[in-house]
Design a protein around this ligand. Structure first.
Ligand code: SF4
Ligand code: SF4
Length: 198
């Protein structure tokens, strides 16, 4: 499409354009305000009052390949699959994975992560760690979006136990139930932001 370089006289004096902009903005504002009021009374619920998602009351449907919160996968015996090879932390552009290898009691296993932590405040959810792992020990298939309201900043650092527990929860509850629990926690926190949740 050819771009029109020259402005008309009315465009050059701006007043008409400003009036058009204000009319559009206030038109949307008043429309959305009345729709929100109607929704409170249970009327016109099917007509969205705004383009944004009313988090945490509304759910956004994520695509199946959505990169959600991490989990460390488990072997059949419930132990961690990770071999502490450092490939994920080497690939991580945010340098937010910390691994401390340890000697495994089973001599047939070379090593395992005595400590494995992800600082989710630094993480950019790029998925490189998942791609880099040679043994499918880390995944981001939980369907959970990052925690945004942690009352204690230390909880943003997810350690090995938290990441392993997420695999157990996914197996036991499924991602839909986990998502609902997560949103319930967010709703409670919104009604009382000073509540300390674990
Ligand atoms: S998703 Fe990206 S930034 Fe986050 S831990 Fe993995 S590699 Fe690092
Ligand atoms: S999660 Fe995978 S890539 Fe990272 S240290 Fe463990 S085995 Fe290696």
């Amino acid at each position: 499409m050819k771009r029109r370089e020259e402005m008309t006289f009315l465009e050059r004096i701006y007043l008409v354009e400003i009036a058009k902009g204000i009319t559009l903005t206030f038109g949307k504002l008043i429309r959305n305000f009345f729709l929100h009021v109607l929704h409170v009374f249970g009327i016109s619920k099917d007509t969205p009052a705004s383009a944004s998602i009313q988090y945490p009351n509304e759910r956004r449907d994520y695509p199946s390949r959505y990169r959600g919160r991490h989990r460390l996968t488990l072997k059949d015996d419930g132990s961690v699959k990770c071999t502490a090879c450092y490939l994920c932390s080497t690939a991580c552009p945010a340098r937010c994975i910390y691994i401390e290898p340890a000697e495994h009691p089973d001599s047939s296993v070379e090593k395992y992560p005595g400590r494995y932590e992800i600082d989710t405040l630094l993480c950019i959810y790029c998925g490189y760690c998942v791609e880099a792992c040679p043994v499918d020990a880390i995944r981001m298939d939980t369907g959970l979006h990052p925690e945004i309201y942690q009352p204690d900043p230390k909880l943003f650092i997810e350690d090995k136990e938290v990441l392993m527990q997420r695999s157990r929860d996914l197996e036991a509850k499924g991602s839909d139930k986990m998502y609902e629990e997560h949103m319930e926690k967010m709703r409670k926190l919104e009604t009382n932001p000073f509540r300390i949740l674990s």
